[in-house]
Design a protein around this ligand. Structure first.
Ligand code: HSE
Length: 393
């Protein structure tokens, strides 16, 4: 099977490396082209700066898009599908924006569009979710979806190192995005959660302003010490619930008691859970970021195409409505301004430097925190577990 890799960054070079040192079924794969930027000197014989050379090469079966970002990635994916090439991408940002278009164009051109590596790096999460959906409605998803933020929080927790130092380590290890704000502000989680929700509920939702997203940029070493004293560990979570004809969706720092699997998810690992009607809770864990685990998931998709293994068909026909206030949580808030009046309807309770807010609808909480951030850009919040030993709702 002939492959063209678009982009030769962390993941692209990982795919090349695995195929070059191929073992087992990966020996059936051959890299024919690697697309590099215009004016960049090619240092491998497969390298070209011409996308047309790749699109017009009848021998190319699969195009692997790992350029990242929205354009030209979006255009290249559409063009490759229109040239009847199967497309595999690890690019969660472009899938979250254009999943419906890619699905439609792939079907029209009798091509496959697979993206296992885009969510959870090396974890077979999309495959697991699609498998669960063959039997069950999946009405809850929650996960540690970002390796960089998990690495940062885990290192801060275990070593006491400051935020910026561990962020730099995550960048050096190849976990972080080119612009790491997507990792620390929750946008990368938002993209991955959108993709998961699209599949789980068979609808198309884009990560927009409307969605409740709060990142970890403002967490301090003092916050870490405080949460530690409470016997809790903080994780950046993506969560969604579906009930009746409604679903919600949120990205937020979340506290877990020390005896939970989430609290024990270390380094660049991700832990993603689903709840299905008959299967109950299923948890998927593995390296959610990093060159070889992510490249491994790309290769798995290529092998699925090679072996004719079909993935779940999506129609986006569901009429579920986004309802930001579907669930309620307790939260802990730190701010230099007095927020007790703002949260007056939710039994605010001052505990040292922190305010605990009770049973507040999630969407409303995020809206109020946007107002707090306008006056105190260092403010932080996290949702609290509902009961000892249990994860947050
Ligand atoms: N920057 C991403 C992460 C890479 O840290 O999870 C994998 O999607």
């Amino acid at each position: 099977m002939n492959i063209a890799i678009l982009g030769f960054g962390t993941v692209g070079s990982g795919v090349y490396k695995i195929i070059k040192n191929a073992k087992r079924q990966a020996q059936n794969l051959h890299v024919k082209h690697i697309l590099i930027r215009k004016n960049k000197k090619p240092d491998l014989p497969e390298m070209t700066d011409s996308i047309d050379e790749i699109l017009n090469d009848q021998d190319v079966d699969v195009v692997v898009e790992v350029i990242g970002g929205i354009e030209p990635a979006h255009q290249y994916i559409v063009d490759a599908l229109k040239h009847h090439k199967h497309v595999i991408t690890a690019n969660k940002a472009v899938i979250a924006q254009y999943m419906d278009e890619f699905t439609r164009v792939a079907a029209q051109n009798d091509a496959k569009f697979y993206f296992e590596s885009s969510v959870g790096g090396g974890i077979p999460w999309i495959q697991g979710l699609e498998r669960a959906l063959r039997v069950d409605d999946v009405n809850k998803i929650q996960g540690i979806f970002n390796g960089t933020s998990n690495f940062i929080l885990d290192q801060m927790h275990r070593t006491g190192k400051p935020f910026n130092e561990v962020l730099m380590e995550a960048q050096q290890l190849g976990y972080a995005e080119a612009d790491p704000s997507a990792d620390i502000d929750g946008l990368d989680v938002a993209n991955k959660l959108c993709i998961s929700v699209d599949i789980a509920y068979d609808l198309f939702i884009k990560p927009t302003e409307e969605l409740p997203i709060f990142g970890i940029r403002n967490i301090t070493e003092d916050d870490m010490t405080h949460f530690d004293k409470l016997g809790m560990t903080i994780k950046l979570m993506g969560k969604s619930h579906q009930r009746g004809h409604e679903f919600d969706y949120m990205v937020e720092p979340t506290l877990y008691y020390g005896d939970t699997l989430e609290a024990h998810t270390r380094d660049n690992y991700n832990l993603i859970s689903l709840i299905g009607e008959t299967i109950g809770t299923l948890k998927f864990m593995g390296q959610g970021a990093g060159q070889l685990p992510t490249a491994n998931a790309v290769i798995q998709d290529i092998l699925d195409i090679f072996q004719g293994k079909e993935h779940l068909k999506r129609e986006f026909k569901s009429t579920f409505k986004f309802q930001p206030n579907l669930t309620r949580n307790n939260y802990i808030v730190r701010s230099e301004i007095d927020c007790s009046q703002l949260f007056g309807d939710y039994a605010p309770e001052l505990r040292g430097d922190y305010l605990v807010v009770h049973d507040i609808p999630v969407g409303e909480m995020h809206q109020k925190m946007r107002r707090v951030l306008q006056r105190d850009e260092t403010a932080f919040m996290a949702s609290l577990p509902t009961k000892k030993g249990g994860a947050a709702k």
